[in-house]
Design a protein around this ligand. Structure first.
Ligand SMILES: Cc1cc2nc3c(=O)[nH]c(=O)nc-3n(C[C@H](O)[C@H](O)[C@H](O)COP(=O)(O)OP(=O)(O)OC[C@H]3O[C@@H](n4cnc5c(N)ncnc54)[C@H](O)[C@@H]3O)c2cc1C
Length: 140
């Protein structure tokens, strides 16, 4: 997905989102009692190449010129995940190993919402889960 942002005088900032080839993760170092975040470089991957190709086509078709020199930079605007469906919880957000504790936010989604902004996907998924959970909670 391309998301143009206009700036003055015949210049456009173009940012692209794509499905990342590899995801980041947090790791717990029990010896140091510390969490660290690991982000794999998203360069020289099929996803990064697809973005570069897409930008190059766009420039060619529009007769524009790249004045930034930054085509193909790694770009996932909204990294998601943390308690991913099928990993930390089931597909209705029920956390494994905990009674009546549910996840309904963007941490359910593995890595990204495809190549789009995530808010509507996050909200739709939360509604899907709540419809099911309300039925279960009313029954119990
Ligand atoms: C600057 C910016 C711009 C964005 N623009 C877009 C956009 O244009 N389009 C788009 O689709 N997405 C956009 N996003 C991404 C989108 O907002 C998020 O993906 C989405 O809101 C995530 O939803 P969520 O429910 O997981 O988290 P949040 O919306 O962050 O909701 C988490 C909620 O939990 C609450 N909370 C946190 N800790 C606790 C606690 N201990 N107890 C109780 N409550 C707690 C917080 O106060 C918050 O209300 C943008 C994000 C940012 C930061």
């Amino acid at each position: 997905m391309h998301a143009p942002a206009s700036v003055p005088v015949n210049v456009q900032v173009q940012l692209a989102m794509s499905v990342p080839d590899s995801l980041g993760e947090t790791r717990y170092d029990s010896a140091a009692d510390k969490l660290t975040v690991h982000w794999p470089a998203d360069t020289n991957t099929p996803s990064a190449q697809a973005r570069t190709d897409s930008f190059t086509r766009l420039l060619k078709q529009s007769g524009g010129a790249n004045i930034s020199g930054t085509i193909g930079r790694p770009t996932v605007w909204h990294p998601l995940g943390g308690t991913v469906m099928g990993d930390a919880c089931d597909h209705f957000g029920r956390l494994y190993g905990y009674e009546n504790l549910f996840v309904v936010d963007s941490s359910l989604l593995p890595g990204s919402a495809g190549a789009v902004n995530p808010a509507l996907t996050v909200a739709a998924n939360a509604e899907r889960i709540m419809e099911q959970l309300i039925l279960e909670l009313v029954r119990s």
